[in-house]
Design a protein around this ligand. Structure first.
Ligand SMILES: Cc1cc2nc3c(=O)[nH]c(=O)nc-3n(C[C@H](O)[C@H](O)[C@H](O)COP(=O)(O)OP(=O)(O)OC[C@H]3O[C@@H](n4cnc5c(N)ncnc54)[C@H](O)[C@@H]3O)c2cc1C
Length: 364
């Protein structure tokens, strides 16, 4: 964290860094007071720093945005300034190029398509793409590779279900997961169906497949909390019907639905109580979630770091099992849910990966 973060929150917090390149601040916008007040009225507690991995409640989000409002991302912060400054002539960036697969020479990664690698190939194409490149290169589950028509002899046979789909395929111990407070939303599995970039990918989000409906219940809970919070905000002008389930008219749950436009609650008549839902309302919410739930942007763990017999794809030096000279450095290696948004983890992986590669290549 110290390496990549320049944190603009309270000083002296060991869970944050203060001397890195990436600025983390509240940005110049201050629309959050209304929201924080509403969550407090709905029963939540404001904490100073929700990102310290210990606190529970609601806090003022510090984001990857500088105090002046400039978006902070890895490419603009780490990469772009280097070739521009002329100080790093060894950096070559190929734009508008996509990697199809890694080329091997006797089990050693030696190139990606047209680019030869003298020492190491590092895949960093993200949770959804890195495993596809591995599979197109002949590294993966033999059954999947065969079905996808990967004709060359497969380079390495990794264990079936080598992703976090261990959860939705029923292998994970759900009570243990809950006890560890790890989230349980990253269920995806992603496999290729053919050898080319244009071949469609088999993509299972695994959402709403938990046999105890834990994920569905969590979504119902989240809907209710968000709604009770939004109804208390001063800027609330009533609810948009198309963003909500249709409840029977006259039920408590449909009350706020009527309060649109001229009927919107003024701040003086803000609700004092949370909505009380009946069992039939819950059933309607569940049905609506099943119909409208979409995937989000924080996928992890499609090539997780773990011992091979525990469905791992990379070892603790980021090396891919079964081959040499091939490393992965992105969120696909994360073995368990990180209980937060994922960019901090991606940046930390990048920093740690750089340390590992520098050490292994003798560049320190
Ligand atoms: C809309 C959106 C908003 C988000 N907001 C937040 C947020 O507020 N906070 C937060 O913490 N996280 C946020 N995230 C999540 C966060 O951005 C990701 O978790 C993180 O960027 C993942 O990092 P990564 O390095 O693993 O992969 P990526 O950032 O996806 O990097 C992969 C790179 O590989 C390239 N690539 C892919 N395929 C190929 C190929 N075949 N050949 C060559 N290059 C390829 C891609 O173009 C990309 O540049 C957001 C994500 C999205 C999509």
């Amino acid at each position: 964290m110290e390496k990549f973060k320049a944190y603009h929150g309270l000083p002296g917090k060991e869970s944050h860094g203060y001397s890195g390149l990436i600025q983390v601040s509240g940005g110049p916008f201050r629309s959050e007071n209304d929201f924080i007040n509403a969550t407090r009225e709905a029963g939540s507690t404001e904490v100073e720093d929700l990102q310290d991995s210990k606190s529970t409640g609601v806090s003022r989000g510090r984001k990857f945005i500088s105090p002046e409002g400039k978006w902070q991302d890895a490419a603009h912060t780490y990469l772009h300034p280097r070739p521009q400054g002329g100080r790093h002539p060894n950096i070559h960036v190929l734009v508008e190029s996509q990697v199809l697969k890694v080329i091997f020479d006797g089990g050693r990664a030696c190139a990606v398509e047209t680019v030869k690698a003298k020492k190491l190939v590092v895949l960093s194409c993200g949770t959804l793409t890195t495993p596809s490149i591995l599979e197109r290169s002949g590294v993966g589950n033999l059954k999947v590779l065969k079905q996808a028509g990967i004709s060359a002899s497969p380079i390495a046979d990794l264990t079936p279900n080598e992703t976090t789909d261990e959860i939705h395929s029923g292998q994970a111990d759900i009570p243990a997961l809950l006890a560890s407070k790890a989230g349980y939303f990253s269920y995806l599995s992603r496999h290729i169906t053919g050898p080319d970039l244009d071949d469609s990918l088999e993509f299972k989000t695994g959402y709403l497949t938990n046999k105890h409906d834990l994920d569905l219940k969590a979504q119902v809970w989240a809907y209710k909390v968000q709604r009770d919070t939004a109804r208390r905000m001063a800027i609330n002008q009533g609810e948009l019907p198309y963003r909500n389930p249709v409840f029977p008219s006259g039920s408590n749950a449909s009350y706020a639905m009527d309060a649109v436009g001229d009927n919107a609650p003024s701040s003086a008549s803000k609700p004092k109580k949370n909505i009380e839902y009946l069992a039939e309302d819950d059933a309607i919410i569940e049905e609506w979630i099943r119909k409208t739930l979409t995937t989000c942007w924080h996928g992890i763990g499609t090539c997780k770091m773990a011992p091979r017999e525990q469905l791992g794809v990379v070892d603790n030096s980021l090396g891919v099992y079964g081959v040499t000279g091939l490393k992965i450095a992105d969120l696909s290696i994360v073995p368990e849910n990180v209980c937060s948004n994922t960019m901090s983890t991606a940046l930390a992986i990048g920093e740690k990966a750089a340390d590992i590669f520098i050490r292994e290549l003798g560049l320190a």
